[in-house]
Ligand binder design. Structure first.
Ligand code: NAD
Length: 467
């Protein structure tokens, strides 16, 4: 489904007319055209700053240097001393900022900041420079998790960063730029580079105003395989015939995984076409079949990545909701996931396996007419939280992606007015593409997300629903 306003306002004449009429002009988002690169920030300038008690500067300088960024600092920035020391220790060149130059990304190490004085340092860093942020640029803040802050003033400042992030997102979305916050738990430093490789690149074009919590990686977990990060992995994707599932299958294959796509027998033809395009294998299987887990375990063999994407809507007000619609949505969107996993946990998963479930912002905000759908999608958020410790014991992880409004057959079937509202009520002023969800799923499936477990990441262009 195409977004006519976006197409129109991107044409030269459309741009002029939209400007003249004061119409909203959704920015054109730059998305990754290929797999993860060794040096994705080659030729890009990143301005790095921090609070005066910054603790993550070494990890940041090293990661940005590995990514090929030109790291710039300004002589009058707060937190310059820790950044400079980290660069000297690691023999990483720092360039001095040219006044008014701007940058592709502003990265601020907010770990160790306390109270209003600490927050003032963030203001001093970003306020004079924010209007010079590149179109499609990135602002990234890093903090200690509030619970690890060690003081009331530190805890307060860590939480304040969330409000700052959400508000700034609503200011810079117009130019396709995003802001996100990484909360680094104790022992999670080795996983920072992986998170940066996602959040500072075009792989995260539609991830905006989110908080990503990193925790200590599982013992023995790979944290530094950044190119073809899924090579040698076997991935199962449900609902893979079309829409978001097809894009997930394609993106996992792009990063080296062998994909087994699952869809309902009625979709066997479309599934076959998608799978042949990516060199994968199709399995015609209804996920609600009582033997679905058994068939996956016996017909696929050992699995490294499971993506539970198959999902349906059957919308009606609760007062009119027929039992079979309630049951159908509950079974496909939630019951099948739990039953299939129960079977796969009995020896079908490789050590270090990753499970990714697809939730929805509808499970966070709730929608009239979606008591069934909302229950399943919120249930998924609880499910991944509850299972995270069990997955970590085997070096693995389980996470969820909560899409906002994504341009698929599911949303094309919506009535016109709610469809247009769903698209536009977001900082990035447009719906996302299936590939935006696929990129987030691929991140969760890969060593880049070695520090993430039990989380739900919204991929919604900072949609205002439930935010
Ligand atoms: P879609 O309807 O285009 O595709 C869903 C796929 O799942 C189809 O190929 C369908 O055949 C398959 N499927 C349905 N029931 C199945 C079953 N019982 N067994 C096996 N396969 C089955 O939907 P989509 O928009 O691509 O959505 C994918 C996921 O993303 C769903 O879980 C949906 O709830 C979620 N989501 C979508 C949006 C959006 O805006 N499109 C927003 C939030 C969440």
């Amino acid at each position: 489904m195409s977004d006519r306003l976006l197409d129109f306002t991107q044409s030269p004449l459309g741009k002029q007319i939209a400007g003249f009429l004061g119409m909203p002009t959704p920015p054109k988002l730059r998305r990754a055209k290929a797999g993860y690169a060794a040096q994705p920030l080659q030729g890009k300038t990143v301005l790095l700053g921090g609070g005066s008690a910054a603790q993550l500067s070494s990890a940041l300088v090293q990661a940005l240097n590995q990514m090929g960024a030109t790291i710039t600092v300004s002589s009058e920035l707060p937190g310059l001393a820790p950044v400079k020391k980290a660069a000297t220790d690691a023999k990483v060149p720092l360039k001095t900022e040219t006044v008014g130059e701007g940058a592709y990304a502003y990265v601020f190490d907010a770990s160790g900041i306390e109270g209003t004085d600490g927050l003032r340092q963030l203001y001093d860093f970003l306020q004079p420079r924010i209007s010079k942020l590149a179109a499609n640029g990135r602002v990234l803040l890093l903090s200690r998790a509030a619970a690890d802050a060690g003081s009331v003033a530190g805890y307060t400042a860590s939480m304040a960063l969330r409000g700052f992030t959400k508000s700034l997102g609503k200011e810079i979305g117009k130019k396709g730029a995003t802001v996100n916050l990484i909360e680094v738990g104790a022992g999670a430093e080795p996983t920072i580079e992986g998170a940066l490789r996602f959040l500072l690149t075009e792989h995260s074009a539609y991830v905006d105003a989110q908080f990503l919590a990193l925790t200590k990686p599982a013992k023995g977990a790979v944290v530094d395989q950044f190119v073809s990060p899924l090579s040698g992995k076997v991935a199962v994707v449900t609902g893979a015939a079309r829409g978001i599932g097809a894009s997930i299958a394609e993106t996992l294959a792009r990063e080296g995984a062998t994909v087994i796509g699952v869809d309902r027998p009625a979709e066997e033809g479309a599934l076959g076409l998608t799978m042949s395009r990516i060199g994968g294998r199709g399995l015609a299987l209804d996920v609600t079949a009582p033997d679905a887990g058994e068939r996956l375990a016996t017909e696929v063999g050992k699995i490294d990545i499971v993506v539970h994407n198959a999902g349906v809507t059957r919308d009606k007000m609760l007062r009119n909701m027929p039992t079979h619609w309630w049951d159908q949505v509950l079974e496909i969107n939630l019951g099948a996931i739990m039953r299939i996993n129960e079977r796969l946990f009995k020896g079908a998963l490789n050590e270090g396996a990753r499970i990714i479930c697809i939730s929805s912002i509808g499970g966070i905000s709730g929608n009239a007419g979606q008591t069934n759908y909302g229950a399943t999608k919120a249930g998924i958020i609880g499910y991944v939280e509850a299972l995270a410790p069990q997955m970590a014991k085997n070096g693995g992880a389980i996470n969820a992606v909560a899409p906002g409004f994504i341009e698929t057959q599911m949303t094309a079937a919506m009535p016109a007015v709610p469809r247009e509202v769903g698209r536009r009520l977001a900082s990035l002023n447009q719906g996302g593409q299936p590939v935006d969800i696929a990129e987030a799923v691929t991140f969760f499936a890969s060593p880049l997300a070695a520090g993430v477990n039990g989380r739900t990441l919204r991929v919604c262009g900072q949609n205002f629903m439930g935010a």
